[in-house]
Design a protein around this ligand. Structure first.
Ligand SMILES: Nc1ncnc2c1ncn2[C@@H]1O[C@H](COP(=O)(O)OP(=O)(O)OP(=O)(O)O)[C@@H](O)[C@H]1O
Ligand SMILES: [Mg+2]
Length: 303
């Protein structure tokens, strides 16, 4: 898959607002790329563009040389919430992801295979409300895999899960990837997750954070109790600092592309990984993370 100088500008009542600019990256087949960045920097927007749910206003996105289009079967997307149909069984929900026109017998076999892959064979006939959050998320993953997408798009897929389930899901995803080496774009707020799963990590910047230093000051100020006011005043400055004409930042959305060393599964505590983690958190404006032991190390903190 190739993203060539991709940009997305939204018309708003205050004028055009550029959320993504100059995203230029090529993914090899089977590669796992994690996308991290502060809240609002355009991660979900980027996934929607790749998934054909929205159109880029600049540049182009191609999968195997063909432009992505709406309802394109070359990509599949899964979200933070499983978004299952409550009145259908787990198996029926998975079947919804199958390519249109799949014959009945083939569909049954493929659903059984997918349920096996995500460890849900025993829950095939249950309804979403009868299964745990982790199981529902596994069903959502199976549904996305059902059409054998060339690119699997995951938007914070483990974000709503408890820590232990999340770790299990990481290994499950790697297992699935070994069995079906799909190209994966994974949006996450969790730098650890990115470094455990991905071949490369794309760090996006928020084009509308006019001064990159400001979020850092806010993070520190929050602890002193005076930060809330500072955060609250970030939006409605005068005639609106959000307008692109006022934004001095002419650079692109991609702040850094980091290649993660070592083969998967990785040792989360390996020196090279912990160094990268520090460096990525630094890039996200989280500086004193080693002392913030009671705070989860997620990029939401820098929002
Ligand atoms: N349809 C739209 N019209 C106008 N603005 C939009 C639209 N969709 C997204 N945006 C804006 O684009 C920016 C990026 O949104 P996006 O959801 O991609 O961020 P994100 O990086 O996924 O954030 P989070 O980490 O909180 O999920 C936000 O400021 C949002 O308000
Ligand atoms: Mg998002």
């Amino acid at each position: 898959m190739r993203l060539a100088e991709v940009g997305r500008t939204f018309p708003t009542k205050d004028g055009a607002r550029t959320v993504l600019r100059g995203v230029d990256v090529a993914l090899s087949p089977g590669e796992i790329v994690a996308v991290v960045g502060p809240s609002g920097c355009g991660k979900s927007t980027l996934l929607r563009l790749i998934g054909g749910l929205d159109r880029a206003t600049a540049g182009s996105i191609t999968v195997d040389e063909a432009s992505v289009q709406a309802h394109d079967e070359s990509t599949a997307i899964a979200f933070q919430e499983p978004r299952l149909l409550p009145w259908r069984t787990i198996a029926q929900n998975v079947a919804l992801g199958l390519p249109r026109g799949t014959k009945k017998a083939a569909a049954r076999a493929r659903v059984a295979e997918l349920l096996e892959l995500v460890g849900l064979t025993h829950a095939a006939e249950q309804r979403p409300r009868e299964v745990s959050g982790g199981m529902a998320q596994r069903a959502s993953l199976a549904r996305a895999l059902a059409r054998s997408p060339r690119v699997l798009l995951l938007d914070e897929p483990f974000g709503a899960l408890d820590a232990l389930t999340r770790l299990k899901m990481h290994d499950l995803l790697l297992e699935i990837h070994r069995a079906q080496p799909t190209t994966i774009v994974l949006v996450t707020h969790d730098v650890e997750e990115a470094l455990y799963l991905a071949d490369r990590v794309l760090l996006l910047r928020n084009l509308h954070a006019t001064q990159p230093e400001r979020p850092r000051a806010k993070v520190v100020a929050l602890g002193s109790g005076s930060g809330i006011g500072a955060l609250g005043s970030a939006g409605p400055h005068g005639s609106g600092p959000e307008h692109p004409a006022h934004a001095p930042d002419r650079t692109g959305s991609v702040a850094r592309v980091v290649t993660v060393p070592g083969a998967r599964p990785r040792d989360r505590a390996a020196r090279a990984i912990t160094d990268l983690r520090t460096s990525l958190l630094d890039g996200l404006g989280v500086h004193h993370h080693t002392t913030l032991t009671s705070t989860p190390l997620t990029t939401k903190e820098t929002a």
